[in-house]
Design a protein around this ligand. Structure first.
Ligand SMILES: [Zn+2]
Length: 77
């Protein structure tokens, strides 16, 4: 389930995110630890997750807000 839009999606449409050092976030299916899933192709989900602090809740670790937005670069220049 995506932590942004809370929709269920096939794993191929989602990316797995785990907490990294210093409140950072890392993307990778093989990474150890608690993971959160988010739509791979929907920047809006990242925005929603950032607003709700959804990664910190899902991962149960402190997450820097900037780390969430850094997952996907903004499409705007
Ligand atoms: Zn989503």
């Amino acid at each position: 389930m995506c932590v942004g839009c809370r929709r269920r999606a096939a794993p191929s449409h989602l990316v797995r995110v785990v907490g990294g050092p210093g409140g950072s976030l890392l993307i990778g299916r093989g990474l150890p630890g608690r993971g959160a899933w988010i739509c791979a192709d929907a920047p809006g989900c990242v925005q929603k997750a950032a607003k709700r602090n959804a990664f910190a809740k899902a991962l149960r670790v402190p997450v820097a807000p900037a780390a969430v937005l850094a997952l996907w670069p903004s499409p705007d220049p």
